[in-house]
Design a protein around this ligand. Sequence first.
Ligand SMILES: [Zn+2]
Ligand SMILES: [Zn+2]
Length: 182
Amino acid sequence: MKCFNHPDVDAVGSCSNCGKGGCRDCLSEIEGMLLCGPCYETYREVAIEEACEERKQLRSRIIRSYFMAVAGFVLGLIVAFSESNARQGLGMQLLMVVLFTYAVWSTYWGAIMVRPFVRKIREKLDFILFLPLMGWLFLIFLYIGIVFELSLIYGMAGGAIWAFIKHRRDLEAVNRELEAAG
Ligand SMILES: [Zn+2]
Ligand SMILES: [Zn+2]
């Protein structure tokens, strides 16, 4: 087999995508694949597009988590300084505000992290389609309750901090990748 680009040069391999044979100069190796020029360009464009998409998702999650923290903070203020907690003392009230802020923020991250797991369970629950209305309602409440509790427990137990750091790191990595790609 000869190179697709240089008819008088022997091919050293073929493109993993389109199968054209290429010489050493005309094939690029990337992530274990050999790619010819045009396929390499397409691959790069798709990779950049995917990285942009990923960056958008990571950013919006991080920003949403900040909004969640603000919402938790406001909720904490409302609860801690409500009449029923007026006698708690300032220290206790501030602690409640911190706890609410953390709880809402970490439940948000918990929900993101348990989502794939919950989806798997839901796929196994097709049989609920055959249940009468009461069964449906029961399962819906059970489902919402379980998802909420899983998110809360997972998030507050430290999963949220881990998820937050991971998202920040992934975002930096994607940014670097995109910068390198120009
Ligand atoms: Zn190719
Ligand atoms: Zn060539």
